[in-house]
Ligand binder design. Structure first.
Ligand code: GLN
Length: 276
């Protein structure tokens, strides 16, 4: 028998479970709407749900309480006003990363650049939002992980972005030369990973781990990007909140010029931009 439950009671139960686990209670409405396959605005028009639906809601709440990120449960994340499919194979796009996209867009517009490479593309969020906001550009994106590339390709198709994808461990399978190379590579020091929030630990370690000091991937990118940039081309990277000075050093040693560290709204180092 499928008993009916009052929506309000179900929602309150969800809120209580979330609150007891220090999770934002506003997610209860979002998760219930997800389980019921309706928009949150339609929740008020529904008076009841079945005990079967309550069961599904409980399963989702349990996942959430166990640290499974909200974006992986609902299967998408918004970035630059676009909806990106995500799953456990890709890093969830962060709002901080929009700063990198905005900075690259400014460079594209003021220099009329057109050939762009996005390394470590993950969900494809950087490459695809660049292409959608500057239609005239030619964007290539790469990732070491085929599972990530499947998601990125899906996002590019659904969003009608026409980005080209290449499976590659950094520059290994890349032969072309670009006006701009952009990347938000893994940059967390290995020893810090187990101290991260439980939710972040559910994301792919390969997308987070930047080696002993978090800078391993930057060293490789800084060294190799020179072979893949046109003269005066730009290298644009997202960096960790305290990595600005280290990056300046690495890039200076590799001979880059006009090195600029850009802070985010919280006054943390967030982007580094330089030229070959
Ligand atoms: N470029 C993707 C993003 O910024 C993935 C980054 C990564 O996997 N380190 O979300």
């Amino acid at each position: 028998m499928n008993l009916m439950e009052k929506i309000n009671n179900v929602l309150n139960m969800g809120r209580e479970i979330l609150q007891n686990n220090n999770i934002d209670i506003s997610e209860a409405r979002l998760l219930l709407a997800f389980v019921l396959h309706i928009d949150t605005s339609e929740l008020i028009t529904r008076d009841e749900c079945t005990s079967n639906e309550v069961g599904k809601f409980l399963v989702v709440l349990e996942k959430r309480v166990n640290g499974y990120p909200y974006a992986y449960i609902v299967g998408y994340k918004e970035f630059m006003k676009l909806k990106f499919k995500v799953d456990k194979n890709v890093l969830i796009p962060r709002s901080e990363t929009e700063l990198l996209v905005e900075n690259v867009l400014k460079i594209i517009q003021s220099n009329k650049y057109e050939k762009i490479l996005d390394l470590c593309t993950g969900s494809g969020c950087i490459a695809i939002s660049l292409k959608k906001n500057a239609n005239c550009i030619n964007v290539t994106a790469s990732d070491i992980s085929n599972d990530a590339l499947n998601i990125a390709t899906h996002n590019s198709e659904v969003l009608n972005a026409n980005v080209s994808f290449i499976q590659s461990n950094l520059f290994e399978n890349i032969s072309d030369v670009f006006d701009i190379i952009v990347s938000n590579p893994p940059y967390i020091p290995t020893k810090d990973i187990e101290q991260l929030q439980i939710e972040i630990q559910k994301e792919p370690i390969i997308a987070l781990d930047g080696g002993i000091d978090g800078l391993d991937i930057y060293r490789i990118i800084a060294h190799k990007a020179k072979e893949h940039l046109k003269d005066n081309g730009y290298l644009c990277l997202e960096i960790g909140y305290n990595q600005g000075e280290s990056l300046k050093q690495i890039l200076t040693n590799e001979g880059y010029k006009n090195i600029q560290i850009i802070k985010d709204l919280s006054n943390n180092d967030r982007n580094v931009i330089c030229r070959k």
